[in-house]
Design a protein around this ligand. Structure first.
Ligand code: NZQ
Ligand code: ZN
Length: 381
């Protein structure tokens, strides 16, 4: 086991009705908030109305920025930061899925400065302070509600970058599973794939840490058991709650202690599919993982089989890969680009290869070379 340090300052409020407390807690951060949300789902599931009411009840003035797109772009982040700066807001309230909360994290860093948020993402500037951020999560998937990461895209640069800084931990995150009951079938399935992928990125990291491995297995088992049940009963609060908490645990740091690294190769490849085709994040992962496991099957046979044995009682690497493919298909996720409706021509493959090079796609533990890129592209198509 490696030496480790644990730091996670997020105060998480979980359960039906928790948002009522938001306004009084937010008043610790001033009296003017930038309320950030996406393209309208929050107005149909009660999260916007209840958050706004709680803020107004606490005497907090609200300035709104809406329209954050799925797979968020830096132009929206910068426009929201301009608005927040002009209005002199003292805090950010983000209501939505990972795209909204991730955008809000970079907005919180960008309001105090005069340059684009992209300069933090590309490493040319270091943040010194951030406005306090409160999240109201409406989609179980990314774990952003309890971590310090944000992933934002620049169409101009054809890059999607994941950025981590401890100034971006939300001060509070409110998780009412009721809000997630309206998430449609496809995004519910993508969220389940995403949480499994986060656990797998930790499983395939470097180092030996048995308790972290057991957490990983427990989180994936929760998804394997309750995911398919949820797909048949989308408005079931109890199932939504289990998946929502599993998604938080999959990327809040608890799967890592004692390991030297995670891997993140699959996510980095997935982001390039997002850049090229604007595919939903979880769908990119259900497409990349089977191809990546096939690439690695002779290199890390024992580790893959250990995973398959713990999750499915598998005895071989081939069986393990088959079980993952079967599960992703069962919940309605694509496992190839063609299943996602993308017919990949030779020119598309070359272009994807170029975007992978541009984004310097790699894993932390399992390094990827040019030949691997080609193998992955052929097996994803
Ligand atoms: O825009 P609106 O109208 O809100 O609709 C959204 C969007 O179309 C909709 N939605 C959200 N909550 C809903 C709902 N629809 C009905 N009912 C609700 N309750 O769902 C669509 C997808 O939303 P989005 O926020 O894009 O999804 P997700 O939460 O999966 O976030 C994906 C983004 O997070 C990044 C991804 O790369 C991607 O950009 N990630 C962030 C991570 C992190 N910060 O730690 C880690 C992840 O690996 C991931 O990379
Ligand atoms: Zn993810």
């Amino acid at each position: 086991m490696e030496n480790f340090r644990i730091y996670n300052p997020v105060e998480l409020h979980f359960g039906a009705g928790v948002v009522k407390k938001l306004g009084s807690l937010a008043s610790a951060y001033g009296n003017k908030a930038l309320l950030v949300y996406g393209k309208g789902s929050v107005k149909r599931n009660g999260s916007y109305r209840e958050t706004l009411q709680s803020l107004l009840d606490a005497g907090i003035e609200v300035v709104e920025f809406d329209g954050i797109k799925s797979n968020p772009i830096i132009e929206d982040v910068d426009a929201a930061a301009d608005l927040g700066r002009k209005e002199g807001v003292s805090m950010i309230i983000a209501v939505g899925g990972g795209s909204v909360i991730d955008s809000a994290k970079i907005i919180a860093l960008t309001i105090p400065v005069s340059h684009s948020g992209w300069e933090f993402l590309d490493g040319s500037e270091k943040p010194l302070k951030a406005l306090p951020l409160i999240g109201v999560l409406t989609l179980a998937a990314t774990g952003t509600e309890m971590n310090a990461a944000a992933v934002v895209q620049s169409d101009t640069h054809q890059k999607k970058i994941g950025y981590v800084h401890k100034l971006m931990y939300p001060r509070h995150s409110f998780l009412d599973p009721t809000y997630t009951c309206s998430v449609p079938e496809n995004y519910t399935a993508y969220g389940i794939a995403d949480l499994i992928a986060h656990a797998l990125e930790a499983w395939f990291g470097e180092g030996e840490a048995s308790l972290s491995d057991r957490f990983i297995i427990a989180i994936i088992k929760e998804a394997l058991k309750y995911g398919p049940a949820l797909m048949k009963d989308l408005e079931n609060y109890a199932l939504r709650a289990r998946i929502m908490y599993a998604a938080t645990c999959a990327l809040n740091g608890m799967t890592v202690p004692g390991k030297k690294s995670q891997d993140w190769g699959v996510h980095n490849i997935g982001h390039t599919l997002g850049v090229k085709w604007d595919l939903a994040h979880g769908a990119t992962l259900s497409i990349v993982y089977p191809a990546w496991l096939k690439l690695q099957q002779d290199r890390i046979q024992d580790r893959i089989t250990e995973l398959g044995s713990a999750l499915f009682g598998c005895e071989s690497v081939e069986d393990t890969i088959y079980k993952f493919e079967y599960f992703f298909k069962l919940i309605g996720c694509p496992i190839t680009l063609s299943q996602a409706g993308i017919q990949c021509s030779k020119a598309d493959k070359d272009d994807l290869h170029r975007i992978m090079q541009l984004n310097q796609v790699d894993g932390i533990h399992h390094k990827l070379n040019e030949e691997d890129y080609r193998f992955l592209i052929d097996h994803m198509a």
